[in-house]
Design a protein around this ligand. Sequence first.
Ligand code: AMP
Ligand code: MG
Length: 416
Amino acid sequence: MSEAQITEPLDAARAERVWAALAGLIAPLPPSHVSANDALNGVLAEPVVTRHDFPPFDRAMMDGYAVRLDTFRGGAATLRDLGLIRADAGEPAIELRAGEPTCARINTGAPIPRGAEAVVMVEHAQETPAGVRLTDEPKRGQHIERKGAIRGGGEVVLDRGARITPGALATIAAAGQTTVRVHRRAQVRILTTGDELARPGADLTHGQIYDSNGVMLRELCIAAGADIAGVGHCDDDPRLLDQTLISALEAEVVIVAGGMSKGSHDLVPAALEALGVRWIVRSLDLKPGKPMRIGRSPAGGWVFGLPGNPVSCAVCFLLFARMVIDGLHGVASRPPAKLRCAVRQRVPANGARPMFHPARWWIDAEGQPCLEPIDWRGSGDPFGMSTANALMYRDAHAPAVWEGEMAEAIIVGTPF
Ligand code: AMP
Ligand code: MG
């Protein structure tokens, strides 16, 4: 689906419809060359290839003795040790010649000397006055890894689309590379709105509450690998809001929290529309998070209008904004996967709207993924997400779930 195909904004949309619409619209940001050190969590736009064969030389895979096969008689040999070859030895000066009863002590990872055909483990060797006694006749090539056996030079070790994990960074380093081409990180602007919001630490005047969405959204974006272009606040004043949004809309992703519903101070949707934002989603059939909006700015940026209620704000980010940020970073766009977990605490029957209930998941001693709903006092409860690492899915009118029954959850954090 191209952008032009979005004709009518989705109203009262189920999560599945929103995911499907988003999947058809997200295009990765252009790639850029960056130092591998700055690429953690990025997605490769170009494969990584090895600079050299790996291993770059024939190497020993065990501590032991490099030997020729013709020196063994009746399963054993007594050989003169020509010296130690260490892993940093460079091209060994030692050579094992045909017909000479010689060997060379060798360490794991060291280059195999010329003439050697196998390595005998040090466990099968004994130093005797007559020489090194080896009691394990090796097969040709035993404990030797040949040059290029794992990868040839110029061979692909990481494909396009691979996520740069710590393991991938090791692969890039082992391939001899220092830079990679990854999709650029999204520049995100975050804006909280509401006359009543105070900075944590300030003394509250009557009617004020602390702004908790700003810090949460910032960290959620950072965890998604985005760059924060700014976190700001704007009062519910049409002129101020207009000015603030004009500059905010220059960002690739703008997240506005609060002011999205139908109250007299909910000015954000009209202000964004006046600035040319076209809606893809205008409201959700979802709990929590009904008044969420997703749109595109005239410059093509993504615009999220998240509900101000802290639980709704978090859930909407995790369900939708994160998918878009991932997609901009080059992650294949697909709906968040659901995991089937055993419910460990009764969950009451659900109401008329599908629900993503903040929950905690963990893996018990039997290896079973488990889930318990978090006790939250509605979407305005700012403490309701603090221990959530999953969102338990409840269908509209779903009956109560009893302890031991299975339920599906979207995983948003590591188990604990
Ligand atoms: P709104 O979406 O602006 O109508 O706000 C809904 C509720 O969420 C109100 O009780 C607000 O005070 C509260 N709220 C809005 N923004 C924030 C925020 N940044 N941090 C904490 N609570 C907020
Ligand atoms: Mg408000």
